[in-house]
Unconditional design. Structure first.
Length: 269
């Protein structure tokens, strides 16, 4: 209990953060070396188990631990089964590992194999480059969320905020809409600080308040959001009608820029 309490304080948070960085920077290359592969894999299993217990991130830790098995030989289940029989159950050997032959030139022998290699190569390139797209989008990705999904930015931002909507139908006085009328508590909490979710909810309000196809419905959002303990500020331009925004519209046109700095620039160790 004392250890977990210490981890909630600044020195513990800093040590845990840099420790995880070291684990990945040092541990990942060691997975490529046969002699260190199993010990490093076991350390990763402990790390992912702690993640599953401490953070509510669903299947991610277990999926990552399972995916790490790809670093082992393709026949590792048979090797483990044989080891279990020989060392634990004291049975006669039931499996003899076959030598792995060099097949580097096999892919050039058939068009099918060549296409498989090209397809996998394209997939790997996309996996390495698409998560970097936010570097080419204006603004702070933690604030405007542009390029955040499918990127290497897990657990880098925490947001708290509120959102209130104003619906104007055919130029009549605005109607104040509380999103709690349509969404549950968790949905409201997530939506309040994520621009594209705010946009989606605005499209829903447009369809809800349009009685006929001739009705002109405008939806405006009054939002306050705090990013990583910053002072809450407006996230969406209040004078922008969200129903006039296309889904592909750059966020710089309707999301306010981040102007507040962190209360503290770093965590003391």
């Amino acid at each position: 209990h004392a250890i977990f309490q210490w981890l909630t304080q600044d020195p513990g948070i800093a040590l845990a953060s840099y420790g995880v960085l070291a684990l990945h920077l040092v541990g990942a290359p060691l997975l490529l070396w046969r002699k260190t592969r199993l010990p490093v894999f076991l350390i990763y299993c402990v790390f992912h188990t702690i993640n599953a217990l401490v953070f509510n991130i669903g299947i991610f830790p277990w999926m990552t631990a399972a995916a790490t098995l790809l670093f082992f030989d393709p026949d590792w289940p048979k090797q483990f089964y044989s080891w279990w029989n020989n060392r634990v159950l004291k049975k006669a050997p039931t499996y003899v590992r076959q030598p792995i032959t060099d097949e580097t030139n096999v892919t050039a022998k058939s068009l099918t194999q060549l296409l498989i290699v090209v397809g996998i190569s394209i997939w790997l390139i996309l996996q390495a480059t698409v998560p970097l797209r936010h570097w080419f989008i204006p603004g702070n990705v933690a604030w405007n969320e542009a390029g955040h999904r499918f990127s290497w930015r897990m657990k880098l931002r925490s947001k708290r905020g509120t959102a209130k909507f104003y619906v104007v139908v055919n130029g009549q006085p605005s109607i104040v809409v509380d999103p709690n009328e349509h969404l549950n508590r968790q949905q409201v909490r997530k939506m309040a600080c994520i621009p594209d979710l705010i946009w989606q909810y605005a499209q829903f309000l447009e369809s809800e308040y349009a009685q006929t196809s001739a009705d002109k419905v405008e939806v405006y959002a009054d939002t306050l959001c705090s990013l990583n303990t910053r002072e809450p500020v407006s996230l969406i331009h209040r004078l922008v009608d969200l129903t006039s925004i296309e889904r592909t519209e750059p966020t710089v046109n309707w999301v306010t820029p981040l102007t507040k700095n962190l209360p503290r620039k770093f965590l003391p160790i």
